[in-house]
Design a protein around this ligand. Structure first.
Ligand code: A3P
Length: 296
Protein backbone atom coordinates (compact mmCIF):
# COMPACT_ATOMS: atom_id res chain seq x y z
CA UNK A 1 0.00 0.00 0.00
CA UNK A 2 1.41 3.38 -0.97
CA UNK A 3 1.33 6.35 1.36
CA UNK A 4 0.48 9.65 -0.30
CA UNK A 5 1.37 13.13 0.92
CA UNK A 6 0.79 16.57 -0.47
CA UNK A 7 3.36 18.78 -2.05
CA UNK A 8 1.58 21.88 -3.30
CA UNK A 9 -1.06 20.54 -5.65
CA UNK A 10 0.88 17.33 -6.35
CA UNK A 11 0.36 14.09 -4.49
CA UNK A 12 3.59 12.27 -3.84
CA UNK A 13 3.91 8.56 -3.20
CA UNK A 14 6.66 6.47 -1.74
CA UNK A 15 7.44 3.79 -4.26
CA UNK A 16 10.36 1.37 -4.11
CA UNK A 17 12.11 3.67 -1.65
CA UNK A 18 11.70 6.83 -3.75
CA UNK A 19 9.25 9.72 -3.76
CA UNK A 20 7.33 9.88 -7.00
CA UNK A 21 4.59 12.33 -8.00
CA UNK A 22 1.29 10.76 -9.00
CA UNK A 23 1.40 11.53 -12.75
CA UNK A 24 4.90 10.03 -13.00
CA UNK A 25 3.93 7.01 -10.95
CA UNK A 26 1.04 6.35 -13.32
CA UNK A 27 3.38 5.95 -16.26
CA UNK A 28 6.29 4.40 -14.40
CA UNK A 29 5.85 1.04 -16.03
CA UNK A 30 5.98 2.63 -19.46
CA UNK A 31 9.11 4.52 -18.42
CA UNK A 32 10.94 1.56 -16.92
CA UNK A 33 10.22 -0.50 -20.03
CA UNK A 34 11.23 2.33 -22.41
CA UNK A 35 13.85 1.09 -24.86
CA UNK A 36 16.93 3.23 -24.70
CA UNK A 37 19.42 2.94 -27.53
CA UNK A 38 23.18 2.92 -27.50
CA UNK A 39 23.14 6.19 -29.44
CA UNK A 40 20.97 8.00 -26.87
CA UNK A 41 22.30 10.79 -24.70
CA UNK A 42 20.57 10.62 -21.32
CA UNK A 43 20.95 13.48 -18.88
CA UNK A 44 19.87 12.45 -15.39
CA UNK A 45 19.62 14.78 -12.44
CA UNK A 46 17.83 15.62 -9.28
CA UNK A 47 15.71 18.73 -9.97
CA UNK A 48 17.42 22.12 -9.65
CA UNK A 49 20.96 20.86 -9.88
CA UNK A 50 21.77 22.75 -13.11
CA UNK A 51 20.09 20.36 -15.53
CA UNK A 52 19.22 23.00 -18.13
CA UNK A 53 22.70 24.45 -18.07
CA UNK A 54 24.30 21.05 -18.64
CA UNK A 55 21.68 20.14 -21.26
CA UNK A 56 22.69 23.14 -23.37
CA UNK A 57 26.41 22.38 -23.00
CA UNK A 58 25.97 18.68 -23.79
CA UNK A 59 23.66 19.40 -26.72
CA UNK A 60 26.16 21.76 -28.29
CA UNK A 61 29.12 19.46 -27.82
CA UNK A 62 27.29 16.37 -29.04
CA UNK A 63 26.02 18.20 -32.16
CA UNK A 64 29.46 19.62 -33.05
CA UNK A 65 28.41 23.08 -31.92
CA UNK A 66 25.18 23.39 -33.88
CA UNK A 67 24.19 26.84 -32.54
CA UNK A 68 21.65 27.26 -35.34
CA UNK A 69 19.55 24.34 -34.10
CA UNK A 70 20.16 25.27 -30.46
CA UNK A 71 18.82 28.77 -31.03
CA UNK A 72 15.81 27.95 -33.16
CA UNK A 73 14.42 25.03 -31.18
CA UNK A 74 13.43 25.04 -27.54
CA UNK A 75 15.50 22.91 -25.19
CA UNK A 76 12.40 20.97 -24.16
CA UNK A 77 11.89 19.95 -27.81
CA UNK A 78 15.56 19.26 -28.56
CA UNK A 79 16.16 17.47 -25.30
CA UNK A 80 12.77 16.21 -24.04
CA UNK A 81 11.90 15.40 -20.47
CA UNK A 82 11.20 11.65 -20.41
CA UNK A 83 8.50 11.52 -17.75
CA UNK A 84 6.68 14.73 -18.74
CA UNK A 85 3.53 14.44 -20.89
CA UNK A 86 4.84 16.88 -23.53
CA UNK A 87 6.19 15.86 -26.01
CA UNK A 88 5.75 12.52 -24.24
CA UNK A 89 7.30 9.11 -24.18
CA UNK A 90 5.42 7.91 -27.28
CA UNK A 91 6.80 10.80 -29.27
CA UNK A 92 10.28 9.90 -28.09
CA UNK A 93 9.84 6.30 -29.17
CA UNK A 94 9.19 7.44 -32.74
CA UNK A 95 12.32 9.56 -32.99
CA UNK A 96 14.94 8.12 -35.28
CA UNK A 97 18.65 8.83 -35.04
CA UNK A 98 20.31 10.54 -32.10
CA UNK A 99 18.02 11.25 -29.18
CA UNK A 100 18.68 13.59 -26.28
CA UNK A 101 16.67 12.62 -23.22
CA UNK A 102 16.39 14.44 -19.91
CA UNK A 103 15.06 12.73 -16.80
CA UNK A 104 14.87 13.48 -13.11
CA UNK A 105 14.28 9.84 -12.24
CA UNK A 106 16.94 8.16 -10.15
CA UNK A 107 19.06 5.53 -11.90
CA UNK A 108 17.16 2.92 -9.91
CA UNK A 109 14.33 3.26 -12.46
CA UNK A 110 16.63 3.50 -15.47
CA UNK A 111 17.89 -0.05 -15.61
CA UNK A 112 17.20 -0.07 -19.39
CA UNK A 113 19.32 3.01 -19.96
CA UNK A 114 22.21 1.38 -18.14
CA UNK A 115 21.81 -1.90 -20.01
CA UNK A 116 21.49 -0.18 -23.39
CA UNK A 117 24.94 1.41 -23.20
CA UNK A 118 23.43 4.83 -23.81
CA UNK A 119 25.69 7.68 -22.71
CA UNK A 120 24.54 8.86 -19.30
CA UNK A 121 25.49 12.28 -17.97
CA UNK A 122 24.59 13.22 -14.40
CA UNK A 123 24.90 16.52 -12.57
CA UNK A 124 25.21 17.00 -8.82
CA UNK A 125 25.05 20.25 -6.85
CA UNK A 126 25.40 21.30 -3.24
CA UNK A 127 22.13 19.99 -1.71
CA UNK A 128 21.86 23.21 0.32
CA UNK A 129 21.69 25.28 -2.86
CA UNK A 130 19.39 22.68 -4.42
CA UNK A 131 16.99 23.15 -1.51
CA UNK A 132 16.90 26.92 -1.98
CA UNK A 133 16.51 26.68 -5.75
CA UNK A 134 13.76 24.04 -5.40
CA UNK A 135 11.88 26.19 -2.90
CA UNK A 136 11.63 29.13 -5.31
CA UNK A 137 10.86 26.81 -8.22
CA UNK A 138 8.07 25.01 -6.35
CA UNK A 139 6.44 28.37 -5.56
CA UNK A 140 6.86 29.68 -9.08
CA UNK A 141 5.66 26.63 -10.99
CA UNK A 142 1.86 26.51 -11.23
CA UNK A 143 1.89 22.73 -11.81
CA UNK A 144 3.40 22.35 -8.34
CA UNK A 145 1.83 25.47 -6.79
CA UNK A 146 3.68 25.19 -3.49
CA UNK A 147 2.39 27.83 -1.10
CA UNK A 148 4.37 27.15 2.07
CA UNK A 149 7.19 29.31 3.41
CA UNK A 150 10.91 28.57 3.37
CA UNK A 151 10.97 26.94 6.80
CA UNK A 152 8.23 24.48 5.95
CA UNK A 153 9.98 23.66 2.68
CA UNK A 154 13.22 23.10 4.57
CA UNK A 155 11.47 20.57 6.82
CA UNK A 156 9.94 18.75 3.85
CA UNK A 157 13.27 18.60 2.05
CA UNK A 158 15.14 17.03 4.95
CA UNK A 159 12.29 14.60 5.64
CA UNK A 160 12.66 13.39 2.02
CA UNK A 161 9.18 14.58 1.12
CA UNK A 162 9.95 16.31 -2.15
CA UNK A 163 9.49 14.89 -5.67
CA UNK A 164 12.23 12.50 -6.86
CA UNK A 165 13.68 12.26 -3.35
CA UNK A 166 15.43 11.21 -1.33
CA UNK A 167 18.15 13.33 -2.89
CA UNK A 168 20.88 11.43 -1.00
CA UNK A 169 19.79 8.18 -2.60
CA UNK A 170 19.46 9.87 -6.00
CA UNK A 171 23.08 11.05 -5.68
CA UNK A 172 24.44 7.77 -4.33
CA UNK A 173 22.80 5.81 -7.17
CA UNK A 174 24.94 7.81 -9.62
CA UNK A 175 28.10 7.51 -7.57
CA UNK A 176 27.76 3.77 -7.00
CA UNK A 177 26.93 3.08 -10.63
CA UNK A 178 29.86 5.25 -11.68
CA UNK A 179 32.23 3.38 -9.38
CA UNK A 180 30.99 0.04 -10.74
CA UNK A 181 31.14 1.08 -14.38
CA UNK A 182 34.54 2.68 -14.23
CA UNK A 183 36.20 -0.70 -14.14
CA UNK A 184 35.01 -1.83 -17.56
CA UNK A 185 33.34 0.96 -19.48
CA UNK A 186 32.92 4.64 -19.76
CA UNK A 187 29.18 5.16 -20.10
CA UNK A 188 28.47 7.52 -17.24
CA UNK A 189 29.91 10.96 -16.60
CA UNK A 190 29.27 12.91 -13.41
CA UNK A 191 29.61 16.69 -13.43
CA UNK A 192 29.38 18.97 -10.40
CA UNK A 193 27.57 22.31 -10.72
CA UNK A 194 30.25 24.08 -8.70
CA UNK A 195 33.02 22.73 -10.98
CA UNK A 196 31.22 24.11 -14.01
CA UNK A 197 31.21 27.49 -12.28
CA UNK A 198 34.87 27.49 -11.29
CA UNK A 199 36.46 25.48 -14.06
CA UNK A 200 34.22 25.55 -17.09
CA UNK A 201 37.00 24.72 -19.57
CA UNK A 202 38.22 21.65 -17.70
CA UNK A 203 34.67 20.28 -17.38
CA UNK A 204 33.96 20.93 -21.06
CA UNK A 205 37.16 19.04 -21.96
CA UNK A 206 35.82 16.10 -19.96
CA UNK A 207 32.47 16.26 -21.75
CA UNK A 208 34.15 16.39 -25.18
CA UNK A 209 36.24 13.37 -24.27
CA UNK A 210 33.19 11.51 -23.03
CA UNK A 211 31.45 12.07 -26.37
CA UNK A 212 34.59 11.22 -28.36
CA UNK A 213 34.76 14.74 -29.73
CA UNK A 214 37.94 16.68 -30.40
CA UNK A 215 39.07 19.23 -27.83
CA UNK A 216 37.59 22.65 -28.56
CA UNK A 217 39.82 25.38 -29.93
CA UNK A 218 40.30 28.46 -27.76
CA UNK A 219 37.79 30.37 -29.88
CA UNK A 220 35.21 27.60 -29.72
CA UNK A 221 35.66 27.36 -25.95
CA UNK A 222 35.27 31.12 -25.52
CA UNK A 223 32.07 31.12 -27.60
CA UNK A 224 30.60 28.16 -25.74
CA UNK A 225 31.40 29.70 -22.37
CA UNK A 226 29.75 32.94 -23.41
CA UNK A 227 26.70 31.22 -24.90
CA UNK A 228 26.25 29.14 -21.72
CA UNK A 229 26.92 31.88 -19.19
CA UNK A 230 24.08 32.61 -16.80
CA UNK A 231 23.67 36.08 -18.34
CA UNK A 232 23.35 34.78 -21.91
CA UNK A 233 21.13 31.87 -20.98
CA UNK A 234 18.84 34.18 -18.98
CA UNK A 235 18.25 36.18 -22.17
CA UNK A 236 17.99 33.18 -24.48
CA UNK A 237 14.33 32.21 -25.08
CA UNK A 238 15.26 28.70 -26.22
CA UNK A 239 16.59 27.82 -22.75
CA UNK A 240 15.17 30.32 -20.24
CA UNK A 241 11.63 28.90 -20.07
CA UNK A 242 10.06 32.31 -20.73
CA UNK A 243 7.44 30.48 -22.84
CA UNK A 244 6.00 29.34 -19.51
CA UNK A 245 4.67 32.87 -19.02
CA UNK A 246 2.42 32.58 -22.07
CA UNK A 247 1.02 29.19 -21.08
CA UNK A 248 0.52 30.12 -17.44
CA UNK A 249 3.09 27.73 -15.97
CA UNK A 250 5.00 30.50 -14.23
CA UNK A 251 3.15 32.20 -11.42
CA UNK A 252 3.30 35.96 -11.81
CA UNK A 253 5.21 37.70 -9.05
CA UNK A 254 7.37 34.66 -8.34
CA UNK A 255 10.92 33.99 -9.51
CA UNK A 256 12.08 33.58 -13.11
CA UNK A 257 13.34 30.11 -14.08
CA UNK A 258 16.82 31.61 -14.47
CA UNK A 259 16.86 32.83 -10.89
CA UNK A 260 20.40 33.57 -9.64
CA UNK A 261 22.76 30.93 -10.92
CA UNK A 262 25.26 31.23 -8.09
CA UNK A 263 27.05 28.97 -5.62
CA UNK A 264 26.25 29.41 -1.94
CA UNK A 265 22.87 31.15 -2.00
CA UNK A 266 21.93 28.87 0.93
CA UNK A 267 24.00 31.17 3.15
CA UNK A 268 21.42 33.91 2.60
CA UNK A 269 18.56 31.55 3.51
CA UNK A 270 19.60 29.04 6.20
CA UNK A 271 19.63 30.03 9.86
CA UNK A 272 22.64 28.76 11.87
CA UNK A 273 20.36 26.21 13.45
CA UNK A 274 19.08 25.01 10.05
CA UNK A 275 22.64 24.70 8.81
CA UNK A 276 23.57 22.51 11.78
CA UNK A 277 20.55 20.31 11.22
CA UNK A 278 21.31 20.07 7.50
CA UNK A 279 24.97 19.15 8.06
CA UNK A 280 23.93 16.41 10.45
CA UNK A 281 21.31 15.13 7.99
CA UNK A 282 23.93 15.10 5.24
CA UNK A 283 26.35 13.18 7.44
CA UNK A 284 23.73 10.59 8.30
CA UNK A 285 22.41 10.05 4.78
CA UNK A 286 24.69 11.09 1.95
CA UNK A 287 27.73 9.10 0.85
CA UNK A 288 30.87 10.33 2.56
CA UNK A 289 32.33 12.10 -0.47
CA UNK A 290 29.24 14.28 -0.83
CA UNK A 291 29.11 15.07 2.87
CA UNK A 292 32.77 16.03 2.87
CA UNK A 293 32.44 18.11 -0.26
CA UNK A 294 29.53 20.18 1.04
CA UNK A 295 29.72 20.28 4.83
CA UNK A 296 30.26 23.91 5.83
P1 A3P B 1 19.10 28.93 -8.92
O1 A3P B 1 17.67 28.76 -8.60
O2 A3P B 1 20.00 28.69 -7.73
O3 A3P B 1 19.42 30.21 -9.61
P2 A3P B 1 17.59 22.98 -13.27
O4 A3P B 1 17.90 23.32 -14.67
O5 A3P B 1 18.12 21.64 -12.84
O6 A3P B 1 16.16 23.19 -12.95
O7 A3P B 1 18.43 23.98 -12.36
C1 A3P B 1 18.11 25.35 -12.28
C2 A3P B 1 19.20 26.06 -11.54
O8 A3P B 1 20.36 26.18 -12.40
C3 A3P B 1 18.80 27.48 -11.16
O9 A3P B 1 19.51 27.77 -9.96
C4 A3P B 1 19.32 28.24 -12.37
O10 A3P B 1 19.46 29.62 -12.16
C5 A3P B 1 20.68 27.57 -12.55
N1 A3P B 1 21.23 27.80 -13.89
C6 A3P B 1 20.62 27.68 -15.08
N2 A3P B 1 21.44 28.05 -16.08
C7 A3P B 1 22.61 28.41 -15.50
C8 A3P B 1 23.84 28.90 -16.01
N3 A3P B 1 24.02 29.11 -17.32
N4 A3P B 1 24.82 29.18 -15.13
C9 A3P B 1 24.64 28.98 -13.81
N5 A3P B 1 23.49 28.53 -13.26
C10 A3P B 1 22.48 28.24 -14.10
Amino acid sequence: LLRGHNFGSLTLYEYDGYVIAEPVLKQLHQITSFEFRETDVVLCSFPKTGTTWLQEIVYLIATDLNYEQAKCKNISDRFPYLEFPVPGINWLKLQKGDRFIKTHLPLHFLENAMKSNAKIVAILRNPKDVLVSFYYFARMNNIIDYKGDFNSFFDKFISDKVPYGPIWKHYSDFLLHHAREKAHSNRILIIYYEDLQTNFEREVDKICQFFDKPKLSDDEMRNLKKHCSFESMSLNPSVNYEHWDAIGVRKKGETLFMRKGIVGDWKAHFSDEQNKIFNKWMEQNFVKSIFERYVD
